[in-house]
Design a protein around this ligand. Structure first.
Ligand code: BG6
Ligand code: BG6
Ligand code: GLC
Ligand code: GLC
Length: 918
């Protein structure tokens, strides 16, 4: 009999097992691993949707870029004020970060004060809330005796979804958790704070950075653990951020490096993606919230809702007679009567049941021991579901990071904060366990953010402050290259003075060399000519045939090795003779004694069209025994020495003159020739009566009225008249050139020197720690690494930063994307100035021609050549714009020379020949 009783007792006990009925009742909340994996996959898909430009507008999970690009590297420093708004407590702090010390050795010191926010302010107007924030800040400054005499940088943790156009701007997407404030949605929160700080008065505060709590938490933990690339909050709300590859973030320009993305995962499910897991209790919680239909995932997970979920379940079970013999109290019916702290207490290891009984008693319920076990179990299921869902979300983020890095066994640290994680006794362990089960290959470390988010926010601000101060220094360096209208006017008038002085006498810095070319071609030129072209990037030999206003050209290009450029004169001219010999061989013309024009692109003092003595080498040439010599004779002698062919050299000319002639053949309005290449120079048709020094010299009397003058404008400034605009970088380039003190204008404007100026700037910025992490490499110290072609490539608008970086790498300069941006800016500043200076010089020339001809308006064409003009992406445009502004009464057309100056040389040879034959 006793046995029967015992069996029925046990049987009834079994039937009544309170946890079983709860399990059955909350079946939908007990998520199995396969369901979690499925949720994780769905979240992974949501992340992609949020990142992509096409789908982000419709995505529930916003994936907001934060403009935080790196985790702390230990170089951060400074003293900051911090505000922490949006978690369970509003805090004002002072954070001191000492450089290179590290947190454990006291690298960061913090003082904080919690300021309660009155309930009505949670649902009031934005200005009221921020005025409270500002007054609290003011109180804090006062209490901590923080002086007002200097400006205080401030870091702001604001834990609501915001779009960040930059680090110090945040447009509020929506309020959530326990806040619903009027009049801030879509507006800049930083600006609102700034205004209210202004209203509070007596504070000089600069808001450097605004970040969400996940980002700040990641940074806090990242200070100690460099592997920390995920930030997680399980507090009043829930959210996570992580370091994403920039190339995957469509909304931010740039394709290299990483940026922290604030997932705002609380909104996962707002589009119905979690509907199959939503229970009637979730629906009730949502309906009673401040933001129905929003933050679906958050409402299943975070501290603000866990207690309420437990209450609703317990209430329902009681109503169904599954608890408290069907009795319900008013307190149990009241929203908010079970809190997350209660949930944590109910699940405490030893005292859990005791706590549960007390909590229920407090709700005026009279629980049996089984009721207590059941309610405790409800609490466990609700909080377990929460940690399971967090685990699923986190697994998706970690999977994504693994995919980005293409690694399987990812090692990573997750920085965590929030009252649920910090105070619920079982939560961390459960979460860690499930994440590791879902991702067995991943080595995840969880680090609790002991000191809250403000340390991290201050670190972000410290980086921002460093970048701002670096930016200012870079801007200051680049501003040296900015020329205002006044300075450009000055250059124009100095150029005009130079032109006038050079026409009067020899020895002027602008040499104004007569070319003995009296007019541009008229189309009657005919015959076969040889043209030689020395002085640009290459030496060219060319055969030109003129027939009935048409020309045909054959040419070959030869490089001039540096040792020849800087060897003896005889070696140089022997080399030229050898190249010509090769060309005649190639053309099968070795036997013919062709008339030849010789473009020699250096300053030559000419006394006739077929003779000229080299005044001085320019552009890096320095072959000995040439200066002061007749270069035509030197070439003739070299041909004689070779004794394989003969030439009839009938004309010697500068490349500017050749270019003008060549273009004038196409356009009779072309009366100016310009070179913007290795060197910089200009020639133009001047009235003979103005060339006073010829009249003195040779007493020429001719019927011609004009002569082309090779200005050799590159020499402007050799008398120091440009010193006002010359920067220390230019001075450095000049000192190290082969002709210090000479060709000062050319050294500001031509391809041979622009790269060197850029290199000097980069060297200086690097030495000052503003570039390449302050690492001055041998490459950077090497003269000549920046050829014009690299400048042109780097400045090309079509090039992504990544390509700029690879050009720099090709040059042996390894830097970050930010370094590439600075290098590009330096190139831009230097080349823009060059184009503006040429524009100012050109304006002086065209205005002189216009005035000499007594014209109200002048319409004129400039024939142009040179790699800088032809290949640089912006030079020609800036040049044209400057001429337009500086010479408003002149309509200047620029005509690029198609076939180089060789054709012009042949044309002059043809004219001379025709005259000789007459
Ligand atoms: C704090 C952080 O430690 O945790 C806050 O400093 C954050 O920035 C908060 O919002 C999150 O937890 P809870 O529970 O306060 O919302
Ligand atoms: C060439 C001309 O096209 O351009 C040369 O034929 C001239 O005479 C040269 O010197 C200038 O450009 P760069 O860039 O080669 O110095
Ligand atoms: C809410 C906010 C989010 C914040 C989280 C934790 O989800 O939208 O920005 O990170 O709460 O505080
Ligand atoms: C240098 C030369 C000049 C030449 C120019 C362009 O300035 O001195 O003669 O025209 O370079 O090549």
């Amino acid at each position: 009999m006793l046995a029967v009783h015992l069996v029925s007792f046990f049987f009834s006990k079994l039937q009544e097992d309170p946890t079983k009925k709860v399990d059955r009742f909350l079946h939908a909340m007990r998520l199995q691993d396969d369901q979690l994996i499925d949720i994780s996959k769905r979240f992974l898909a949501e992340m992609k949707k949020g990142l992509s430009a096409e789908s982000t507008a419709a995505a529930a999970v916003k994936m907001l870029p934060t403009h935080v690009r790196s985790t702390p590297d230990g170089s951060e420093k400074g003293q900051f004020l911090a505000l922490d708004l949006g978690g369970s407590k509003f805090k004002v702090l002072r954070v001191k970060v000492r450089e290179d010390v590290g947190i454990r050795k006291g690298g960061v010191e913090m003082e904080e004060k919690i300021y309660p926010i009155p309930k009505e302010l949670h649902v009031g107007r934005a200005a009221e809330l921020f005025d409270h924030v500002s007054e609290s800040l003011k109180d804090f400054l006062h209490e901590k005796n923080i002086g007002l005499e200097k400006r205080h940088p401030l870091a702001f943790t604001f834990s609501f979804p915001c779009e960040h156009p930059s680090l110090d701007q945040g447009l509020l997407v929506s309020w959530c958790k326990n806040y619903k404030i009027r009049g801030l949605q879509g507006k800049d929160v930083v600006q609102a704070l700034r205004q209210s700080i202004g209203r509070a008065g007596d504070m000089d505060v600069e808001i450097l950075a605004m970040v969400g709590d996940t980002v700040a938490t990641m940074m806090t933990c990242g200070f100690d653990d460099q592997c920390c690339e995920v930030g997680l909050i399980i507090g009043t709300g829930t959210n996570a951020c992580y370091m994403e590859e920039l190339r995957h973030i469509d909304l931010v320009e740039g394709d290299e490096g990483r940026m922290c993305v604030n997932t705002e995962w609380g909104a996962f499910g707002d589009d119905g993606a979690l509907d199959d897991h939503i229970t009637e209790f979730d629906r009730d919680v949502d309906a009673a919230s401040l933001n129905p239909g929003k933050q679906t995932f958050e409402k299943m997970i975070s501290g603000m809702y866990l207690g309420e979920l437990v209450r609703l379940v317990v209430l329902k079970m009681a109503k169904l007679g599954l608890l408290f013999d069907g009795r319900v109290s008013d307190a149990l019916r009241t929203k908010g009567k079970i809190t997350t702290a209660d949930v944590a207490a109910m699940e405490e290891y030893r005292n859990g049941l005791n706590n549960t009984r007390n909590i229920l008693a407090h709700l005026h319920l009279d629980p049996s021991p089984d009721d207590c076990i059941a309610v405790q179990h409800v609490s466990t299921i609700v909080s377990f579901r929460s940690s399971n869902l967090v685990a699923a979300g986190l697994a998706a983020i970690l999977t994504r990071i693994g995919q980005n890095r293409n690694v399987r066994g990812l090692r990573i640290t997750v920085g965590v904060d929030g009252t649920v994680y910090k105070t619920h006794p079982q939560y961390p362990k459960r979460l860690h366990k499930v994440v590791r089960r879902l991702l067995p290959e991943c080595q995840v470390r969880f680090v609790l953010s002991e000191s809250g988010s403000s340390k991290g926010a201050a670190l972000v601000a410290a980086v921002a402050q460093r970048l701002t101060s670096q930016r200012r220094k870079v801007d200051e360096a680049l501003s040296l290259f900015t020329l205002n209208q006044q300075q450009l006017q000055l250059v124009k008038s100095r150029m005009r003075e130079g032109l006038e002085a050079g026409l009067k006498s020899k020895g002027s810095s602008v040499k104004m060399l007569p070319s003995f070319v009296y007019h541009t071609p008229d189309g009657t030129e005919y015959g076969k000519f040889l043209a030689l072209d020395l002085g640009g990037t290459n030496f060219r030999a060319m055969l030109v045939r003129f027939k009935r206003q048409k020309s045909r050209l054959y040419h070959k290009i030869y490089t001039i090795p540096l040792e020849i450029m800087q060897g003896t004169g005889e070696e140089l001219f022997d080399h030229l003779a050898q190249c010509v010999c090769d060309f005649l061989d190639y053309m099968g013309l070795k036997k013919a004694r062709l008339p030849a024009g010789f473009t020699f692109s250096f300053p030559c003092e000419q006394s006739g069209v077929d003779t000229g003595t080299l005044v001085s080498w320019t552009k890096g040439f320095k072959a000995t025994d040439c200066e002061g010599q007749d270069v035509v004779s030197m070439l003739r002698e070299a041909i004689k020495r070779r004794n394989e062919f003969d030439l009839d050299i009938v004309a010697l000319l500068n490349d500017t003159v050749g270019t003008m002639m060549s273009c004038a053949y196409e356009d009779p309005q072309c009366e100016i020739g310009m070179i913007a290449g290795t060197g910089s120079n200009l020639c133009y048709m001047e009235q003979l009566k103005n060339i006073e020094k010829i009249k003195e010299d040779s007493g020429i009397t001719r019927t011609d009225t004009e002569m082309c003058i090779n200005t050799e404008w590159g020499g402007l400034g050799d008398d120091r008249c440009l010193d006002e605009i010359i920067t220390p970088y230019d001075a450095e380039v000049d000192i190290h050139s082969v002709n210090p003190g000479k060709q000062r204008f050319e050294k500001l404007t031509s391809g041979m020197y622009l790269g060197e100026i850029v290199r000097q700037v980069l060297l200086d910025l690097t030495r000052r720690g503003l570039l390449f992490k302050g690492n001055v490499t041998e490459t950077l110290k090497t003269p000549g690494i920046f050829e014009t072609k690299y400048l042109s490539q780097i400045e090309s608008d079509r090039l992504a930063l990544l390509q700029v970086r690879s050009i720099l790498q090709h040059l042996g300069l390894r830097g970050t994307c930010d370094d590439s941006i600075v290098v590009k800016e330096v190139c831009g500043a230097v080349s823009r100035r060059a184009a503006q200076l040429c524009g100012a010089g050109m304006a002086a020339v065209v205005d002189k021609i216009r005035e000499d001809r007594r014209l109200e308006r002048l319409s004129i064409t400039v024939g142009v050549d040179g790699a800088l003009y032809k290949l640089h992406p912006h030079f020609s445009q800036v040049l044209k714009e400057t001429v337009k502004v500086m010479a408003p009464q002149c309509d200047v057309t620029f005509l690029p020379s198609e076939e180089g100056s060789g054709k012009g040389a042949a044309l002059i040879a043809a004219v001379v020949r025709q005259k000789q034959e007459m």
